[in-house]
Design a protein around this ligand. Structure first.
Ligand SMILES: Cc1ncc(COP(=O)(O)O)c(C=O)c1O
Length: 334
């Protein structure tokens, strides 16, 4: 028995054998997969790939930032395990909280997530499944500071009033969020495309992805185009901000983005459904929005190699999707 166990090497990315879930987190040696887009690519001379962040162990791109922020807190010895120890409080539209909650639970830290009521029920339940205590409050879809009772302010006041009980990573201000993408996402894209990438299509929430990926890739290739795709005002795409809401994050650096495309938010759900049905990619709404932006840019370019960073999959958004595509509910009851 022992010899059989010893024969299974710990952390073998090639065979996908791991000693624990943290070793599955993405890095240059263990990148999230990239898959070529077929029929939904309007050009035969512009190659288009999707980088599938839902393949990360906790289901989204936010695994990267969450791990980076948690590891920084641990290295400063700011956390202590146990119900009476010093755990975490964080405002979140869902994904960061889910990643943080799962990781914190493994480590034995308690975690409190402050979420806007408008996030999908699936995300609230997942947060609880992963062990988080929830504060659900009336707030903008993407947590916003400066509004007396906003999620960010409430999390900050918990952290201040109970400093012995909570550390607050604060993904909207924490450089560890950006550094995660400088260390992992950027180098992965460079290596996976053999340095041939010409365009990156992404979205803006905390802006950790955009600022980190652009910082790294521009150092390797100054001509690269970083294109951000944002939903129109009044949107219901969790995790994203309309351009007018970008002031809410300290990680937004406009000089690192070549173009911000604003897209009708309805298209986020329509394109996500097309990705599911045409490419077999079960992509979420922010991925749908990014695809729409990439298609618009490709239509005006002659050639290139584009990488779309698809943040998460559709599983957490079925309740949102049926509002946009009500026919999906037909035939679902006896
Ligand atoms: C579904 C989804 N898409 C996109 C993003 C944007 O990523 P970032 O926060 O790195 O800007 C997020 C961030 O929370 C997200 O949850």
């Amino acid at each position: 028995m022992t010899s059989t166990l010893q024969a299974v090497a710990a952390t073998d990315h090639a065979r996908r054998v791991y000693d624990n879930v943290f070793q599955m987190l993405p890095c240059e040696e263990n990148p999230s997969p990239m898959v070529r887009i077929g029929r939904l690519n309007p050009s035969s001379t512009f190659a288009l790939f999707a980088k599938l962040e839902w393949m990360n162990p906790f289901g989204s791109i936010k695994d990267r930032a969450a791990w980076s922020m948690l590891a920084a807190l641990e290295s400063r010895r700011e956390l202590t395990p146990g119900p009476d120890g010093r755990g975490i409080v964080e405002p979140t539209s869902g994904n960061t909280g889910i990643s943080l909650a799962a990781m914190a639970s493994v480590r034995g830290y308690h975690i409190r997530a402050v979420v806007p009521n408008k996030i999908p029920l699936e995300k609230k339940v997942l947060l609880k499944i992963c062990g988080a205590q929830l504060d659900v409050i009336n707030d903008e879809l993407c947590p916003a500071p400066g509004v007396g009772d906003g999620s960010i302010n409430l999390a900050k006041s918990h952290a201040k009033a109970q400093a012995n009980r909570y550390a607050m990573p604060n993904q909207y201000e924490n450089r560890a969020n950006v550094e995660a993408h400088i260390r992992t996402t950027g180098p992965e894209i460079w290596r996976q495309t053999n340095g041939a990438v010409t365009h990156v299509f992404l979205s803006l929430g905390t802006c950790g992805t955009a600022t980190g990926v652009s910082t790294y890739l521009r150092q390797r290739q100054p001509q690269i185009k970083i294109i951000a795709v944002q939903p129109s005002e009044g949107h219901d795409v969790p995790g994203l901000r309309n351009v007018s809401q970008l002031h809410a994050t300290k990680l937004f650096d406009e000089s690192l983005i070549d173009e911000i495309l604003e897209v009708d938010y309805e298209l986020a759900y329509i394109r996500a459904l097309e990705l599911c049905r045409v490419e077999g990619l079960l992509a979420g709404p922010s991925s749908g929005l990014i695809l729409e932006g990439a298609q618009q840019v490709i239509a005006r370019e002659t050639d290139g190699l584009g990488v779309m960073i698809f943040p998460d999959n559709i599983f957490k958004y079925t309740s949102n999707l049926i509002k946009h595509v009500p026919e999906l509910v037909e035939g679902t009851s006896p």
